[in-house]
Write a protein that binds this ligand. Structure first.
Ligand code: NI
Length: 171
C-alpha cells in the first residue's frame, strides 16, 4: 500500500465529474488500498479517488471511532437511491481543504447502491456519520465540495485563502 499525495483546493480536478469504474480488478483494488492508506495517514474518515488525482467513481470510508477496530469500506460507482426528509447537521471537513470546518445540513438517512470490493452490487441504508460521510464523498465524484453548502461570502473567503497559499508554494 502506498500513501498518495492529496489534491488540495483550488486544484481544478476537484471540480471534475469522475467517470464510472468499468471493472473491479486487481489494479482497482490496489487503488482502493492506496486510498485507505492515504486516508488513515491523513487522518480522515473518507476519501474519493479524485482526491488523489484519479477521477473515477470510487471512494473509501471508515467511520469507526478511535477506540473501535478499523472498519474500512469500499464503494464503487456509489449512487444515492433514497434520501430521508429528516435532516441532520454535522461539522464537516475535507482532506482537500485542510483545517477548515463548517456545519452542513444534509438528509439524515440515505440508501446507497454500490459495487463492493467483491465486485457485487450492494444496497446499504446509512444514517448518522456514515450517511453524512457518504454524501460528502459522493459529492466529490460530482465535483461538489462541502463549502458549496455554506454562504457565498464564507466560500469565497476559503477559496481565496487556499488560492493564495497555493500561489505561495509555487514560487
Ligand atoms: Ni472531502
Amino acid at each position: 500500500m502506498t500513501i498518495k499525495p492529496l489534491i488540495i483546493l483550488p486544484d481544478p480536478l476537484l471540480r471534475e465529474i469522475s467517470r464510472p469504474v468499468e471493472t473491479v480488478d486487481a489494479a482497482l483494488l490496489k487503488l482502493a488500498d492506496d486510498m485507505l492508506e492515504t486516508m488513515y495517514d491523513a487522518p480522515g474518515i473518507g476519501l474519493a479517488a479524485v482526491q488523489i488525482g484519479v477521477p473515477r467513481r470510487l471512494l473509501v470510508i471508515d467511520v469507526a471511532r478511535e477506540d473501535e477496530p478499523k472498519s474500512p469500506q469500499v464503494f464503487i460507482n456509489p449512487q444515492i437511491v433514497k434520501s430521508s426528509d429528516e435532516r441532520s447537521v454535522y461539522e464537516e471537513g475535507c482532506l482537500s481543504i485542510p483545517d477548515y470546518y463548517a456545519e452542513v445540513e444534509r438528509p439524515a438517512t440515505v440508501t446507497v447502491k454500490h459495487i463492493g470490493r467483491d465486485g457485487k452490487e450492494h444496497l446499504i441504508e446509512a444514517d448518522g456519520l456514515l450517511a453524512t460521510c457518504l454524501q460528502h464523498e459522493i459529492d466529490h465524484l460530482n465535483g461538489v465540495l462541502f463549502i458549496d453548502y455554506i454562504s457565498r461570502l464564507k466560500r469565497e473567503m476559503v477559496i481565496r485563502k487556499f488560492t493564495k497559499a497555493s500561489k505561495g508554494k509555487a514560487v
